[in-house]
Design a protein. Structure first.
Ligand code: BGC
Length: 251
């Protein structure tokens, strides 16, 4: 199968976003479209919303979709911020059957990481990189020489007796009404812990909060180079499309 353009989709805690992507350049080929994440975010409801996105773009080609969960060979293994009935659902089969199109599924932070490391803020950097997406949860991806180690889930390391994402996610900033300084301090504590665990040379910050780095960068004090995601919160869409491009051929 030879193709360059893929419909990239990012299934997040609050919205399901998509756009056709040129997987070579990472450029979006049309304006991004967003559908609010259905409640409950069950497999049936989410598949319906994704079908709507496909219809919106009148898309007939391959689809890559990032999920906010551990994904092994198309099967969803965890569900921190989505309906629990996803656990052990074969998402690739569900979407292939619903859309009647070739589909690839990947963890959302792994997708964002691929876009950033191959084409974005980490392009050309050969050292160890951690990409963190800070939104409803905290997603992570780990790279060395541009190669991904998937499903690292560093948002769920235990920190101060709780799940780290409960302490430092953007959703927590909003829920607890923290100002940027107070939240930036929390983020710095969390990032210091990540630094202590795996010593990346570069940390790329993505997700909703990446657009606001200027407001909290003064609170960050780390050895690693801290950079905002080049594709901001579009990295997930672009990387999901890139993963589909590489993997659909092989399977
Ligand atoms: C999930 C991860 C996901 C992250 C960001 C976490 O709660 O466990 O798989 O990457 O949220 O969406």
């Amino acid at each position: 199968m030879n193709f360059k353009e893929v419909l990239g989709i990012d299934f997040g805690g609050s919205g399901i976003k998509g756009a056709p992507v040129d997987t070579k350049s990472g450029k979006l080929l049309d304006e991004r479209h967003r559908i609010p994440t259905p409640d409950p975010s069950s497999p049936k409801q989410v598949a319906k919303a994704i079908k709507e996105l496909v219809k919106h773009f009148k898309w007939e080609g391959p689809v890559g979709c990032g999920f906010p969960a551990v994904v092994q060979n198309g099967v969803v293994r965890t569900a921190a911020n989505i309906d629990k009935s996803w656990i052990n659902t074969d998402a690739r089969k569900l979407l292939k059957d619903t859309l009647k199109l070739p589909v690839w599924i990947i963890n959302d932070a792994d997708a964002a990481g691929l876009a950033e490391v191959r084409l974005g803020a980490g392009a050309g950097f050969k050292g160890a990189i951690v990409v963190l997406t800070i939104g409803t949860g905290i997603g992570s991806s780990l790279f060395i020489k541009g190669k991904l180690y998937p499903n690292t889930e560093l948002g769920h390391v235990e920190f101060k007796g709780m799940d780290a994402e409960v302490y430092a996610s953007d959703a927590t900033r909003k829920k607890e009404n923290l100002d940027w300084e107070a939240w930036g301090k929390r983020l710095n504590e969390y990032l210091s812990h990540i630094e202590f665990l795996c010593w990346p040379e570069m940390i790329i910050l993505g997700g909703g909060a990446s657009k606001k780095l200027d407001l909290f960068k003064d609170q960050l004090n780390l050895k690693a180079k801290i950079v905002p995601a080049k594709f901001l919160n579009e990295a997930g869409i672009i990387g999901a499309a890139m993963a589909a491009k590489v993997n659909i051929k092989k399977h």
